[in-house]
Design a protein around this ligand. Sequence first.
Ligand code: AMP
Length: 289
Amino acid sequence: MHLLADPTQMRAWSRAERARGRRIGFVPTMGFLHEGHLRLVDRARERADRVVMSIFVNPLQFGAGEDWATYPRDVERDKQLASERGVDGLFLPDAKAMYPADPLVRVHPGPMADGLEGAARPGHFAGVLTVVAKLFHLVEPDIAVFGRKDFQQAMLVRRMVDDLNFGLEIDIAPTVRELDGLALSSRNAYLHGDERRAALALSRALRAVEQAWRGGEADPGPLARRGLDVLRAPGVAPEYLALVDEQMRPVVRVDARTVVLVAAKVGKTRLIDNVVLGEGVASDTSVRA
Ligand code: AMP
């Protein structure tokens, strides 16, 4: 595995590989790797000859008072996991290399970022799309793989690529969960004691909505109330439960393409999860973490 520390090196490596006719698959992450990230590597591997992973905890997408400084980091362990999983190039820039100066020009995400995570975290998606655009320019991948776990992010990246004619394909991979339903997340490392069990309220709420929908309810109002009832569990502070389409617009009639998104705080830890109703929570990948 090649370790690529700075943007110039990254681009040179990628261009050399492409000059040899190799397709490049790209998996951007913030590190503290888990099986969810590594499944994205597997998917990239299926569709490309070389897999690049980036690990960069992007300061631009964290608000004041959020967890940028304390975000879990373990670069040595990440290197080992990435290499064992067959990553060919690991891009590990530091903040100075990515932002020698505060970027004055940024990507404006538009109305798909107004609600949900965008409303809860002002400026978050401008930060995400700006760094993703930079990474795409440095890696020049043929395909990039994102997790459905961050549904709004994945839809925004796909839309940016379409609207701004980035010449690559975006692949979106199903959410990887623990056997009891908890979606894997680097932030799960913050959960202590009873919080780990309380966090199951998110996937339970999604399942409850799914079940009610399969039972014939197609009105978003009652479905959202059903989900919120389950989300309001001891130790859990719900932030939102929404039923939306792929453009993040609230739906008036629920169908198989409708996505249910939840966010809640468990203790101090903010967690998100979602399900595409037609696919169901059970169709996501389950692993023993
Ligand atoms: P992060 O390191 O949290 O920024 O995530 C990097 C990429 O991994 C994003 O595309 C995420 O959507 C994806 N990802 C994170 N957790 C999961 C999961 N449990 N299942 C699938 N993909 C995930």
